[in-house]
Write a protein of this length. Structure first.
Length: 269
């Protein structure tokens, strides 16, 4: 990924590149943070969507969109990546849930009419937008009065460009070191699902994901929401359950020391 990371076309190209392997690993259940921790917590946090028109902002290959549809939402998903949307549509054709998928930017939502949706959901996607305020304006436009915006992002005060875990001589986690919080320069992060079973056989190429990151301050997020016409009604910093913390050291560190994610729910005035 080059210096044109601020361009949405570059972001789309990055996710197009990752789409095959991402889809394979996510659908195999190798995103253990999502499966065990962040998505169950979000499902508990989000409002009831049964019978409502709902848009999923940054839907990717559609795994979470399908889980929302199973809760009764009449779902539409949008994502920049044509490769991701192609895989989402293929899954919908194989196992129909009535989901419509569109290729496009959630910073514009140009395929959709004003006040078309009752609810907008987004899981771990809005943090990867080069223009979060535009995403908030677009979401506000397509929501009906009283419509709900509910999303999850990495916790901006703790997931910073200088994040580092502190351990003692025995390797036990003692705390989290964060730094460069006020730096908002975008960067590309290369990573993998680190707990994928070593025996897993992959059809797609086995290279790290290259994911665009756009650091923002907490105030930057909150002000962009409230200045657009939303009223924040609830925030949550979910911890892994005590049971999960006992079973998994990599979750226990988030249980003991810092929140990994931030959930925000807001209502259109």
């Amino acid at each position: 990924m080059t210096d044109d990371i601020l361009n949405e076309a570059a972001v789309a190209a990055a996710w197009d590149r990752d789409a095959a392997l991402w889809t394979e690993e996510v659908r195999a259940g190798f995103d253990f943070y999502r499966e065990l921790y962040t998505l169950p917590a979000f499902l508990d946090f989000m409002p009831s969507i049964a019978g409502q028109q709902v848009i999923d902002l940054g839907c990717g290959e559609g795994t979470n969109t399908r889980r929302f549809a199973q809760r009764g939402g009449m779902m539409t998903g949008i994502d920049l990546s044509r490769e991701m949307i192609q895989r989402a549509r293929q899954k919908e054709a194989e196992e129909p849930l009535g989901i419509a998928y569109e290729v496009g930017s959630f910073n514009e939502l140009s395929p959709f009419a004003d006040e078309q949706f009752d609810c907008a959901l987004s899981t771990m996607a809005l943090m990867d937008s080069p223009n979060f305020p535009s995403a908030m304006r677009a979401a506000c436009r397509v929501l009906k009065p009283g419509g709900i915006l509910c999303f999850s992002i990495l916790r901006p005060c703790f997931i910073t460009p200088a994040l580092q875990w502190l351990t003692n001589e025995e390797g036990a986690y003692q705390g989290l070191l964060v730094g460069r919080y006020f730096e908002e320069a975008p960067f590309a992060e290369r990573w993998r699902f680190g707990r994928r079973p070593a025996t897993a056989k992959l059809v797609a190429y086995d290279e790290p994901f290259e994911v665009p990151r756009f650091p923002r301050t907490l105030s930057g997020y909150v002000n962009a929401i409230t200045e657009t016409g939303f009223r924040i009604v609830k925030m949550e910093e979910p911890r892994p359950s005590e049971k999960l913390a006992r079973e998994h050291a990599w979750l226990n560190r988030w249980y003991q020391h810092a929140p990994l994610v931030l959930f925000i729910s807001a209502v259109k005035a």
